[in-house]
Unconditional design. Structure first.
Length: 131
């Protein structure tokens, strides 16, 4: 029994076809908000992609503070460390992330982990001594 891998497409185009397109041509396949963002900052995105490829060839980590970069097909397969305000969070870029921004995958707020209540915080603990 053969396992058939599903061909992933984005708006009817295969990923290989999208990688051949430039950033501005790829913008035609995005929704309106993302398309406007790409067309406004296409030069920044192209510079980021070229710098990332250079760092990959030198086996260096790709670290960035640019959370507003829209993910384009040339970034697929890269591991980018995105700053969340405190540390760099590693993000593996996949096909499903096309058209989203890098910051969406590096959350800035952590889930709150509450500890146990201190002495005097609850009615039952008021009777305990406060040594």
């Amino acid at each position: 029994m053969e396992i058939i891998k599903k061909q992933i497409t984005f708006r009817g185009k295969k990923i290989e076809e999208l990688k051949e397109l430039g950033v501005r041509e790829f913008a035609k396949y995005l929704r309106a908000r993302e398309r406007r963002g790409v067309l406004r900052q296409f030069q920044v995105i192209e510079d980021f992609v070229s710098r990332s490829k250079k760092k990959l060839s030198k086996n260096k980590q790709i670290k960035t503070h640019q959370r507003d970069i829209i993910i384009v097909p040339n970034l697929i397969g890269m591991k980018i460390h995105v700053y969340n305000g405190k540390s760099f969070i590693p993000v593996d870029i996949t096909e499903e992330m096309l058209g989203h921004r890098l910051g969406e995958f590096s959350l800035t707020r952590e889930k709150i982990k509450h500890g146990t209540a201190g002495v005097g915080a609850t009615k039952g603990s008021k009777s305990k001594s406060k040594k």
